[in-house]
Ligand binder design. Sequence first.
Ligand code: ME8
Length: 641
Amino acid sequence: MSDTYYITTPIYYVNDMPHIGHIYTTVMADIFARYHRLCGDRVRFLTGTDEHGQKIQKAAQAQGIEPLALADKVVARYHHLWEILNISHDDFIRTTDARHQQGVSEIIRRITAAGDIYKGEYEGWYCAGAEAFVPDSQVRDGKDLETGYPVERLSEPSYFFKLSTFQDRLLAWYRANPDCIQPKTRYNEVLRFVEGGLKDLSISRASLSWGVPFPDDPEHVVYVWLDALTNYISALGFGSDDDTLYGEHWPASMHLVGKDILRFHCVYWPAFLMSAGLPLPRQIFGHGWWLRDEAKMSKSLGNVVRPDYLVDRFGTDAVRYFLARDMTFGQDASFSDEAFLERFNADLANSLGNVSSRTLAMVRRNLDGKVPASTSDGPVPEAAQTAVTAFREAMDRNAPHRALEATWRLLATIDGFIQERQPWAVARKGDEARKELESILYSCLEGLRIASLLIEPIIPSTAAKLRAQLGATDLPVNLADGVTWGLMGEGHKVGESEPLFPRIDIKAYLKELQSGQETEKAKAKKERTPEDEMITIDDFSKVQLKVGIVREAERVPKSKKLMKIMVDVGEGEPRQLVAGIAAQYEAESLIGRRIVVIANLQPAKLMGVESRGMLLAATGEDGAPFLLSPDGEVDPGAQVR
Ligand code: ME8
């Protein structure tokens, strides 16, 4: 009987385009899904998008489009990324799917029937960036201390979930299932948080329209996290007429998430499920954070790693390998181009690439391209079995980076064996040493075939390519009978071979990258969305705009455009300003005219003439300025807001 294995990723917000952090979770989930398929389990792998809530509504508004249109755009991008990254998900759920909304209504009906929902008034802070209700103690200077996002004050009717009554049940669940939250440090964090006491949770929003309508009260939409978390069961048909998949796959084996959303998954979600009388997930794994060269990735810094560039340049498997190998699963890691390139050359081009190309070249040259008779020469057969065991053991305890180390130890053993036995020298001895040569090369070929099964979940295309080169495409691809030593049949022809990973010239590439990054930074600046461009009222109030009356005006000598003017802005002494209006305005026509001036601009010199402020003008089609004036005789110095 095979086991079932249901793994999920977070469903991603559609307010922005994905970066390497988003693809990380999905690539890792894909690795686990593929690993379990290789073990013969019945796997279901779900990913999708979280499309409701204030954050998406705001982002869509800023772009002047409907939220669903924004979602469609970003969803297309995710589909493209999952395709180029060779992600093998079985389903992609969108929270705007009808099937999902049915599931949300059903879970709320069950929670209501359990008596865990009541109506009240929410008075407090809301952080749209994290879509979270934030306690007063966590707010300073208008910001959520935990996420750094701005908060706003809400005061509205709301449905509440009696989360406070779940403290003991949650603690009992954690204690009875010490592996339910991983890694251990995160388990401890969650436990401490819940031990500190829980407050009831607002689960509806009355002031928002972009969401799932609250069952039996269309004045409210469902709070986006209750909506989003339910995707894990609505995608299996929970709440719909056909819930066969739900019966087969729930509870989930693993919710893989980033550490930022642990509380939603480890506290709210199990409490909702308990209330609804549904089984709880087996495990929630909160992985670490990818930083860029030790700094947080952010669009405004222009340091976001965009995955398609790396895939384009180095291929899907290089990216998948790096993500799985370079981050200790569970901890933070820093992405740097140098580390990526060094890993590429050392592990992929050298280790894997060289060992296989040398072996195959010798088989082609000396054995007529045919697999010799099965033997178990040297340390490779044992190393292969050790690697299989260590690989499985590491994957089963959520340590894919260790599983890769075990695989690369096998490659190192094959490499060492080649160095030691020097098959090229044996070949030179001619017929008398043919048996010895065959025996050495068989061990290498078979060791490589078993390695190809271990790399299968991580770099599946390379694994298949390697098996094709070894001529082993008709042998079982699994981690049961497939890893038995000696399956490669005598006389079988090895396939065509080309380098799996051609070496990169790191210096040349870094140079190329630098110029690329400059363009990227410039692009990031250009590509700022309307939402990025938004400022707060505080930002605006930093600009002191005042009405001024022009007292004197004269052209700046030798300049076609610049006019020097003396403006009374209610400070007693007039101020000197230099403005680029001389091509359109005569000096005399300006005298006595009311204009609008930025009074707190840092002084600057234009063609050697000091300017202490700037006047406001609209720009015509050909760039010509049109002066702005107040609509009436306001006093100089009057504030403009
Ligand atoms: O939180 N390093 O969606 P989201 C590693 N819609 N992982 C990262 C990362 C980084 N720098 N940046 C993002 C949401 N991630 C909700 C989830 S689930 C019911 C609802 C990954 O688009 C990581 O998995 O903000 C993180 O948890 C997730 O993207 C957040 O994606």
